[in-house]
Design a protein around this ligand. Structure first.
Ligand code: C2E
Ligand code: CA
Ligand code: CA
Length: 602
């Protein structure tokens, strides 16, 4: 199931998938993580065959070599292997299978060639030859792989999914009894699940045609299922999914259809009279499945009520999915009905994915600095570097709009490197101007903590700019106890970096992590400021945290400080360092530099 898995000996973090990813999302994520196209494509389907990613990469690395020699787009070779595995051309002595296999292969190549307007060679697609070092350097420098290859990748996946679905139709029509397929045969179980989906869709189509009532699509999944898995183990996760299936079997009537789409995503389609009935159905379901063996489960439900029964089924499913995703992010309710606006957030994602590479090459990302102050001295004691994206047409884009998306696809690494370097350059500039005591903290996304690159990148930057390690501080977000983060943090600490625990108190506040990981400073989340102003209890907790930090000899900085009252309160309980709009908002580098100059002139 999802999560990262450490392969001892290989020194590799192997990514296992998050729960609701499509083949395309998986493939594009791998491509963004610098795997080549055949690895990305084959890797995306690997789990369907019960193959782990490590093996998939080994297999597809061979295509990589072939690709360099032969020059054909790696997506083609990898796709043919997927087809071979899924459709079962396993017996080379079987003439009939061989002919069938060849026909399918031809069909794939024909459709690919047509949709790529004849471009099947790697060199044509990239405009450069990967077997020539000089041209390869150009490919790297201009990030051509991320610009050009997703098209071939996505087209391949569309064709593959379509062909696999068609194949299942043939299987179903040739009346093979699905129950005869042994459950433990990994490859066949792929076929089985595709076939279940087709049967489900056929039933739903019939319902849409026959029903005179309204029809609703309910899609749901478990919030933070990955964490449930991490905490209780994958077996337990599987038990939960089985449990949900059994509950659905019990509560769904004859013409209410459900399916387990993938991992923890389920869908139910039902008739209804009034919307209240749909909500009542969900509440009844939720009451049964919101806990399993004393573990509380939080479910997010997205609902799409069909307006036009002639609309494509896929589109109805997508709308229920969009509503489910929106429900996930909603703190007020776990049931949301589809709204037209959801489409916008999908467009936003697409916009970001399509424009992020150019944003790096065209230097559209900018470093803003937000000062940190000592209340007692009324002086700047440092700054946090925060990214801003200034898009030539769309204007300023704030991190909350794009960071979650680029964290998913791995692109955050490039953006962070960019900001880290800007911060180093700034520290160097201050050093040259003899303003040497202003540390700048940068954000280190959790994505970095999964591989071994960041320690070297940071050390190299320090070396290149000839600055002291103590001046580049690293902010890492606290999360549930996580060995991986602790280990990497320890490594960074041993390298001599100062570590700040970001957003303390916002999520899985765990005091354990304070003991396990050698943080130097904790940054109290904005929520603390909000809570302490409204309740005595909030204030009490804050006092305890401050006193604990003092005992552990940890530095403390309060974030999101906006009012004079907050400042006074913080001062009275012994927290001196603050960052927030009360003193200053994040600002362009030049403005911050001017503030520093003024302070040094005093
Ligand atoms: P964060 O690290 O917790 O950064 C603090 C955020 O709170 C910043 O939002 C800042 O503008 C905002 N803030 C500061 N003082 C106040 C205040 O008094 N009141 C309120 N309401 N807000 C305040 P920003 O710049 O929009 O960044 C949002 C988040 O995006 C950051 O939260 C951080 O998690 C992420 N982020 C920003 N830049 C980077 C980056 O370069 N790399 C990575 N990995 N993440 C970044
Ligand atoms: Ca931060
Ligand atoms: Ca923060």
């Amino acid at each position: 199931m999802a999560g990262m898995e450490y392969q001892a000996g290989l020194g590799l973090w192997i990514q296992k998938w998050g729960y609701s990813m499509t083949h395309k999302e998986k493939a594009n994520q791998l491509l963004n993580q610098q795997y080549h196209c055949s690895q990305a494509l084959f890797g995306a389907f690997a789990e369907d065959f019960g193959m782990d990613l490590k093996t998939a990469f080994k297999v597809s690395t061979c295509f990589g070599a072939g690709m360099r020699q032969g020059g054909t787009c790696g997506c083609i070779t990898a796709s043919l292997l997927v087809l071979g595995m899924a459709l079962g051309f396993y017996d080379s002595q079987d003439r009939e299978l061989e002919v069938y296999g060849n026909k399918r292969t031809d069909e794939f190549i024909r459709r690919f060639t047509e949709q790529m307007n004849g471009m099947v060679d790697c060199r044509d697609i990239l405009g450069q030859d990967i077997s020539i070092p000089v041209e390869m350097a150009v490919i790297r420098k201009e990030g051509l792989i991320l610009q050009k290859c997703p098209k071939a990748l996505n087209i391949s996946i569309d064709i593959l999914e379509d062909m696999l679905a068609d194949h299942m139709k043939e299987v179903a029509e040739s009346s093979i009894n699905l129950e005869d397929i042994p459950e433990n045969d990994e490859m066949q179980s792929v076929l089985k699940s595709i076939s279940k989906l087709r049967r489900f869709r056929r039933n739903v189509n019939n319902l849409l045609l026959a029903s005179s009532k309204e029809v609703g699509f309910i899609q749901f999944d478990i919030r933070k299922f990955k964490i449930v898995n991490d905490l209780y183990g994958e077996n337990f996760g599987d038990q939960i999914l089985d449990f949900i299936k059994r509950q659905l079997q019990e509560i769904c009537l004859e013409d209410q259809y459900f399916i387990n789409l993938r991992s923890d995503v389920f869908m139910v389609v039902t008739e209804y009279g009034r919307e209240e009935e749909l909500v009542a159905f969900i509440e009844k379901l939720d009451a049964r499945i919101n806990s399993y063996k004393d573990v509380k489960l939080q479910l997010s439900y997205g609902v799409y009520t069909v307006e036009d029964k002639k609309m494509e089924l896929r589109q109805m499913e997508d709308r229920a999915a969009m509503a489910r995703k929106a429900a996930k992010g909603n703190i007020l309710t776990n049931i949301l009905f589809y709204k037209e606006q959801f489409k916008e957030s999908l467009y936003n994602r697409k916009f970001i994915e399509e424009n992020m590479q150019a944003a790096i090459t065209e230097r559209q990302f900018m470093m803003y600095l937000q000062p940190k102050y000592s209340i007692a001295k009324n002086e700047i004691i440092g700054a946090e570097a925060l990214v801003r994206w200034r898009h030539p047409q769309r204007g300023m884009i704030y991190p909350n709009e794009f960071i979650p998306i680029i964290e998913e696809n791995g692109f955050i690494k490039k953006v962070d490197y960019y900001i880290w370097e800007e911060a180093c350059r700034f520290i160097r500039k201050c050093k040259d101007a003899r303003m040497e005591s202003c540390p700048v903290s940068v954000n280190v996304s959790r994505v970095h903590l999964r591989d071994n690159e960041c320690v070297k990148v940071l050390s190299d930057m320090i070396e290149e700019y000839q600055i002291s390690k103590g001046l580049l501080e690293l902010e890492i977000t606290e999360t549930a106890d996580d060995q991986q983060v602790s280990l990497k943090a320890l490594e960074l600490k041993e390298e001599g970096f100062k570590l700040l625990m970001d957003d303390f108190g916002s999520g899985y506040s765990s005091l354990n992590i304070l003991l396990e990981t050698p943080f130097d400073v904790i940054k109290l989340d904005k929520k603390f400021m909000e809570n302490m102003m409204v309740s005595g209890k909030g204030r009490l907790i804050l006092e305890q945290v401050v006193s604990m930090a003092n005992k552990l000899e940890l530095g403390l900085l309060a974030e999101g400080v906006e009012t004079k009252e907050q400042i006074e309160l913080l001062q009275s309980i012994g927290c001196d360092q603050v960052q927030g709009y009360y003193y200053a908002k994040p600002m362009p580098e030049e403005e911050f530099y001017a503030l520093l100059e003024k302070q040094y002139a005093k």
